[in-house]
Design a protein around this ligand. Structure first.
Ligand code: FNR
Length: 384
């Protein structure tokens, strides 16, 4: 099928349409699937549109600066590429190709444990691209960590990641078990029917879930080995093995945000895993509003990230107004990579960045630290 010319992609949904046209059905299902009836994903997308800006006018907005620092590492933008497993399922060059796009534009990226390529191969692609650009890009790589059941393996992996040069770990805490990925199930049932398997035959695949679609993962397979036993107490030994920043990815209540702060985490990522885990989980925006109500004192004490459903630079601004350090964007980059490789990733960054700086000007700010809670009206979301 025809893919639109890259210049036809002027906003995030355009990349999704392009990916749908180019990807095999199975790969598109992997990228787009969500949990149960899909309501969490829909809520993630919808909630950003349910708060409005309160723009200020008559301000000099000639020059704007959209740079933001994550744990002391300045990025050109207050958004980064979210960790997504098995990019080899959607592009032959997988994660290294995503990294090349990020480096060329100066955006940070969080690399998934469930990547097709090893953490070292991905870091090598980063180093090679930096070398090509005379090390001028501010991009840094961080590492998303799925806790393996085996502690020895867990520690080993942490040391490899540290040695490779990743600047922080994002420990995913919303996935003690894999959510019900509905479209995956349908696809699996279709495939099983096609080869004459009964329901038993699907069990092995389901145990693999998100990462079963990662034939190249070899020893790094984490699914089926995801530990449902991890608790807050584990943070003590993790801290001993990892000196850099620790972010908990998948915080969904003010209570857990507060606990993360009390347990000494450096950051929290408010996320429901792109609507792929708990059915009707809160959107990250809703969780941020809850934190503002119940434990506002933690805002500013640790770095707060959000992800899920951000599809426009102005969504990013809303998160920052309410206290986020930066946000993660997932599927749009997956789709951009699928359809156009690293050039698509660059284009997607440009699209978000342009919306962001345009939004800053129209909102009456010239730097991100001027964004304040009073610049948004969240009453519709709060009053329901
Ligand atoms: C993910 N996500 C994810 N998260 C994680 O911690 N480890 C992982 O391996 C993956 N893999 C993954 C694969 C795919 C195809 C998707 C779409 C998502 C979740 C991801 O990091 C992030 O939380 C969401 O994607 C953010 O939502 P949006 O931007 O996709 O709406």
């Amino acid at each position: 099928r025809e893919i639109p010319h890259l210049t036809m992609c002027v906003s995030c949904p355009d990349f999704e349409r392009a990916a749908r046209a180019v990807l095999p059905h199975k790969s598109f299902v992997y990228a787009s699937t969500s949990a149960n009836t899909g309501l969490s994903l829909k809520t993630n997308l919808d909630d950003w549109g349910r708060i409005n800006f309160r723009p200020r006018v008559m301000r000099n907005v000639g020059d704007v600066d959209s740079r933001r620092s994550i744990f002391g590492h300045t990025s050109q933008y207050p958004f980064y590429i979210s960790p997504m497993g098995t990019l080899g399922a959607i592009h032959p060059e997988a994660e290294p190709e995503m990294v090349r796009g990020a480096v060329r534009k100066g955006a940070h990226m969080v690399v998934s444990t469930a990547s097709t390529k090893t953490s070292q191969q991905i870091m090598q692609a980063y180093i090679d691209e930096q070398t090509r650009l005379n090390n001028k890009s501010p991009t840094q790589l961080f590492y998303q960590y799925y806790m393996p059941v085996d502690r020895k393996k867990a520690i080993e992996l942490m040391h490899i990641v540290k040695k490779s040069g990743y600047k922080g770990i994002w420990i995913t805490v919303d996935t003690p078990v894999l959510g019900k990925r509905t479209a995956d199930r349908v696809l699996q049932a279709e495939e099983a029917l096609a080869v004459g398997l009964d329901e038993e035959g699907t069990a092995e695949w389901e145990a693999g879930g998100e990462n079963a679609f990662a034939p190249a993962m070899g020893g790094r397979v984490v699914s089926g080995q995801l530990s449902p036993h991890t608790t807050w107490e584990d943070l003590a030994w993790i801290r001993k093995e990892w000196e850099g920043p620790i972010v908990l990815k998948g915080i969904q209540t003010a209570d857990d945000a507060k606990l993360a702060y009390e347990y000494g985490c450096d950051g929290i990522l408010l996320s429901n895993h792109g609507g792929r885990q708990l059915h009707t989980a809160p959107s990250a925006l809703m969780t941020l509003l809850e934190i503002r109500t119940y434990c506002p004192e933690i805002i500013g004490k640790l770095e707060i990230f959000l992800d899920g459903g951000l599809r426009d630079g102005s969504d990013v601004l809303k998160a920052l107004c309410l206290g986020a350090t930066a946000v993660g964007v997932g599927r749009p980059f997956m789709y951009a990579l699928a359809a156009y490789g690293s050039q698509g990733v660059e284009r997607c960054i440009d699209v978000l960045a342009e919306e962001l700086t345009l939004g800053m000007r129209l909102l009456g700010v010239t730097a991100l630290d001027q964004l304040k809670p009073e610049m948004v009206n969240a009453s519709r979301l709060l009053n329901e």
